[in-house]
Design a protein around this ligand. Structure first.
Ligand code: SF4
Length: 222
């Protein structure tokens, strides 16, 4: 079963699919512990916060409420005609705490492009057609390592940066990896800070990487 915190339709604001209309499925639970996390309400999967499946579809705002869905139940909701987007973003929390193979295979069979956004701290289990974005969370409070399996499955490595140390950490992390899929590497300034943005721009130009800005924060949308 998948613990679903919310399902909503918006525009993908980050990374290689920026600007693409997308349905976001946010899963509940994350042990990573990033200090700047803006979805702390997804960290715990507490029994007292469990609600009926239909209820999470109507809740708006940041709440720790969640509901159990089978992959097929979620496919039924996503494809019943209520959404126009055909791009599915599975996020969290840490979505790779769950095996996403069945969900991503069924949605890909329905003609959707699936994307997973993960910290890299859990094994990525998904259909081969899925676009995987790893935003590696290095040395976070939860003490979890970024897995080589996740980095080598990535189609995109999107790294939050605010200082040179973060770029050095990324270099160290990627150095032992083969990265046969040749993922697009994107730097994303943390919290749209000016200094972080300047550093990210300079590094992207120097290395021919891509800049990812959190356009939804500039646009003030979810
Ligand atoms: S991995 Fe994502 S959800 Fe988990 S703590 Fe970090 S930013 Fe928050």
């Amino acid at each position: 079963m998948l613990a679903v915190n919310e399902v909503f339709e918006t525009i993908q604001g980050e990374g290689g699919f920026t600007g693409v209309p997308a349905v976001f499925v946010r899963l509940q639970g994350c042990p990573v512990g990033c200090p700047w996390c803006d979805t702390r309400h997804t960290w715990e999967q507490l029994p007292q916060d469990e609600v009926a499946a239909n209820e999470v579809l109507t809740i708006s705002g940041d709440t720790p409420k969640w509901a159990n869905y089978s992959a097929q139940q979620l496919v039924d909701v996503l494809t019943d005609g209520r959404f126009t987007a055909r791009h599915l973003v599975i996020t969290g929390g840490e979505p790779c705490l769950f095996d996403l193979t069945e969900l991503t295979a069924k949605m890909s069979d329905c003609g959707w492009q699936c994307q997973i956004e993960t910290s890299g701290c859990a094994e990525v289990r998904c259909d081969e057609r899925t676009y995987v974005t790893v935003s590696p969370k290095i040395n976070m409070k939860g003490g979890l390592p970024v897995l080589t399996q996740a980095l080598e499955r990535a189609d995109e490595i999107k790294h939050p940066v605010s200082m040179q140390k973060h770029i050095d950490e990324l270099d160290q992390l990627l150095e032992p990896c083969t990265l046969a899929r040749k993922p697009q590497i994107c730097l994303q300034p943390i919290s749209t800070q000016k200094r972080a943005t300047e550093l990210a721009i300079a590094t992207c130009i120097a290395r021919n990487w891509r800049l990812s800005v959190q356009t939804h924060k500039y646009l003030n949308i979810d």
